[in-house]
Design a protein around this ligand. Structure first.
Ligand code: ZN
Length: 312
């Protein structure tokens, strides 16, 4: 979109909620998704097609996709762990499907119960299922390189392995790959280097976004590195909720509200209206009573005489 410099992909309804025990009602989730879209958030990952018994919090994902698809201009994204989940997703027609592949194979076995080769086989199956659809209704398929910057189980993850898996995901049928700091290990130099090296190997159009956590307080520093190198889509979660239930200690996505302020304050248009963003936060808080929401900007407020890059 011409009116946006950096696209924020809100992952709160999926990555945020998946690690939160109290179930948010479907009505409250719909209200939150609508409020986020009304604030100008261009893309929302509304859920994950995992079995309801594994993640009861996300059991209503299909209904949320249908709701979100009714919102004009919103890109509707979902996570799919495998072909089975992708088939359920395709039945409701999201704009984008993300399949995670943990570069750490130990994490992959624990998280997805699959080896790398088994995940790649799922990707090939998903590609085939997508290609059966008419061209105009095919969702974009992204392979997310999770634990790319390190793993709570394996520790260091070699960059060579990240590049190898990026190449294999594309060969298996993904349209694009994404770098994902599932565990909050990343530093800005890694973010720049990994992005550049994937671009050199596979082409710039094959990697446009990054998924960062703030587990060690490096989230916004890593965003700056992503901006400097030229990535254009940044994942974030309203109120910084969430983490990975299978990566102990890996809590907290970067906070959408603080990210919007970081971008807008340096002249980068996100398309977001602050008043409407604060309202969406209120809607989230109402739907999740007792759950702590993070973020500095919502607490401190915008600076006096602040002028956003996006016309308010
Ligand atoms: Zn995450």
């Amino acid at each position: 979109m011409d009116s946006i410099d950096i696209e924020i992909s809100e992952v709160g309804p999926r990555d945020g909620l998946q690690s939160i025990a109290p179930i948010m009602s479907t009505a409250d989730k719909k209200a939150w998704i609508s409020a986020l879209a009304a604030a100008g958030i261009p893309e929302i990952e509304v859920g994950s097609f995992v079995p309801a018994k594994v993640l009861p919090q996300l059991a209503d994902t299909a209904e949320l996709v249908s709701h979100a698809k009714g919102i004009a201009g919103l890109a509707v994204a979902v996570l799919v762990p495998n072909l089975r989940g992708a088939q359920d997703a395709l039945a409701v027609g999201p704009d984008k499907m993300t399949i995670p592949l943990s570069v750490s194979e130990t994490h992959s076995l624990k998280n997805l119960k699959r080896t790398h080769e088994q995940v790649l086989e799922e990707v090939r199956g998903i590609r085939a299922a997508i290609d059966l659809l008419p061209a105009q209704s095919r969702p974009k398929l992204e392979g997310s390189l999770s634990t790319a910057f390190g793993c709570t189980l394996e520790g260091r993850v070699p960059e060579a392995k990240v590049l190898e898996m990026a190449e294999k995901l594309l060969a298996a049928g993904c349209d694009e790959v994404g770098l994902s700091d599932t565990t909050g290990f990343a530093n800005p130099v890694q973010v720049r280097d990994y992005t550049r090296h994937i671009w050199e190997l596979l082409g710039r159009d094959k990697l446009t976004g990054i998924h960062l956590h703030n587990t060690r307080g490096q989230g916004l520093a890593n965003v700056m590195a992503a901006l400097e190198v030229g990535l254009t889509t940044i994942d974030a979660s309203m109120g910084g909720i969430g983490g990975c239930p299978f990566a102990p200690g890996a809590s907290g996505n970067i906070v959408t509200e603080d990210l919007v302020f970081l971008l807008e304050s340096q002249g980068l248009r996100t398309g977001v209206n602050f008043e409407a963003l604060w309202h969406a936060r209120t809607v989230l808080a109402r739907g999740l009573p007792g759950v702590e929401l993070y973020g500095f900007t919502p607490d401190a407020g915008l600076p006096k005489d602040f002028i956003a890059a996006t016309p308010q």
